[in-house]
Design a protein around this ligand. Sequence first.
Ligand SMILES: [Zn+2]
Length: 240
Amino acid sequence: MLDAALLSDAKTLAYEVAPELRDQPLYIVDASVFDGLLSGQCDCLGWAADGVVTHYDFRSCIGDEWRGPGPIICLRSDEIIEEWPGEHFRVGVLNVLLHEISHVLPPASLPKNDCADLLDTPKIREWQRNKRVEAESLPSPEPGTPADWHGPQFVRVASHLWARSTLAGWNIPSFNLFGGACWYISQAPHFVAALLAEIVTMRTACFGEIVSRPPPEAFTELWGGCLNLYFNRKGNADHD
Ligand SMILES: [Zn+2]
């Protein structure tokens, strides 16, 4: 369970590394807030929703804290503590936070008001629940496909966020920054090195501006090499 102080630190960090998140409500919550709503079958340490669709069950769980549509970052503290036990728990939570924020940057454009309330009916809630169950049961997309949510843009954004947090003195390890299951891109410092010039020159830029520019060649080459590694190993495993 995340205490109020750690949740507050998490929000401070989020705003420090991505100031544009201040432009809309941002919900950073412990998984216990959504108890029972998700199957919990995945082995991820958190999840993020960009807020484009208001999930009415989530909004009900957030309760009085709801301020309108905005990204939701859910941190699964029970799982995080397994990977980051004891004194490592705090930086583990912040490490997962950087990963999850990377999924909601650049911020999506959201409805200005909650007129979607008109759609809050038991039928729509049931439809949304079914969609969530369906989404949770899908296998992870192949790396490098358009559906891959841990693709090059994600890696680029996460690298910027981690470097910004380090420059601001947060001291968060880069271990598993891109997700434990993404073994082929597990070497975060290599991506940070490939992006270093951009990270320095665009340290105050918003993420919309960063991702609108072509990434440095060294980054694209590194990403391509990682994809080759993935498909070569997969090919070998398929032939075993
Ligand atoms: Zn992820």
